[in-house]
Design a protein around this ligand. Structure first.
Ligand SMILES: C[S@@+](CC[C@H](N)C(=O)[O-])C[C@H]1O[C@@H](n2cnc3c(N)ncnc32)[C@H](O)[C@@H]1O
Length: 278
């Protein structure tokens, strides 16, 4: 079933309203291909009927399923590598020095669009490696909060069980041996790493207040889908949420420049880029 220009406009606005994702012009094929099976499963013959059902809030869980279908959940272990070397060689080093100096007792890190868990678990493994080598970082000082709008990716993330194919994407052999147990056909993350991460359903459009403040925010490969207006507001809200001199890491193709240049200062470490609030 083809989507009409008017139905496309309605769905485009609906998706932006519900999750901030801006579907580009002339992307009718994207909405059609991602939503048509949901449309038929819900007994609708046209996208117009389906929009009426979705916007009428009469079908429980439908909004989540539409957002799920429209979001890209692509992720991998230690994606782009630099964010994790920056975490270890810059952020944790500085925070560990503050712990030694008696100036800090807590480290709070937010993985703000965590998909199926590879990003927050890569953060947790990096922290454990750092603690193992430097032995100045008690792991109970560390709080990793991982959020996503999609219940289905959070369900997988919380389970912490991954297929062999997923494990080939970015996971070093020694880390796989140290941090996973093979359970039949799947690899289960060790309980102590799983327990380092607290998962929560959270839409980045919501008020950040209940999350508390953070020392570092990883918000990678999601802002790229948002409108300029939403990005501007989001980065400003990150600046307000971070503790003084807190760190922000974006995806490799994302940048603060043009959105919140006065709130953050850009830094580089090797080939990686991070921002500090000031
Ligand atoms: C491409 S994945 C990025 C995963 C990980 N950060 C990485 O870089 O590998 C984008 C994630 O953003 C989530 N997402 C999209 N819109 C969101 C919103 N408004 N609030 C929270 N999460 C959102 C999607 O569900 C998806 O899991």
């Amino acid at each position: 079933m083809a989507i009409s220009p008017e139905e496309f406009r309605l769905f485009r606005d609906y998706i932006e309203r519900e999750c901030g994702i801006r579907v580009g012009d002339a992307k009718e094929y994207l909405v059609e291909s991602r939503l048509s099976s949901l449309m038929t499963q819900n007994g609708c013959a046209t996208f117009g009927d389906f929009y009426a059902l979705a916007s009428g809030n009469r079908a429980p869980g439908l909004r989540d399923r539409i957002v799920d279908a429209m979001t890209t959940n692509e992720t991998l272990w230690f994606r782009d590598n630099h964010p994790f070397s920056m975490l270890s060689e810059v952020f944790l080093r500085q925070m560990a020095d503050e712990i030694i100096a008696g100036k800090r007792t807590r480290i709070r890190i937010w993985s703000a669009a965590c998909s199926t868990g590879q990003e927050p678990y890569s953060i947790a493994m990096t922290i454990e490696e750092f603690a193992r080598k430097r032995s100045v970082l008690p792991l109970e000082y560390v709080d990793i909060v991982a959020t996503d709008i999609s219940p289905s990716v959070l369900f997988s993330a919380m389970a912490g069980r991954y297929t062999g194919a997923v494990m080939t994407r970015g996971m070093p052999d020694d880390f796989r041996a140290r941090y996973f147990d093979k359970a039949g056909e799947v690899w289960a993350i060790k309980e102590r790493i799983r327990k380092m991460v607290r998962f929560k359903k959270f839409n980045l459009q919501e008020d950040f207040g209940p999350l508390g403040r953070f020392d570092a925010i990883f918000c990678r490969n999601v802002a790229i889908y948002f409108s300029d207006e939403f990005k501007r507001a989001l980065f400003k809200r990150f600046a307000a949420l971070l503790r003084p001199a807190g760190y922000l890491v974006l995806g490799a193709s994302e940048s603060i420049s043009g959105y919140a240049p006065n709130d953050f200062r850009m830094h580089t470490h090797e080939k990686g880029i991070y921002y500090r609030v000031h």
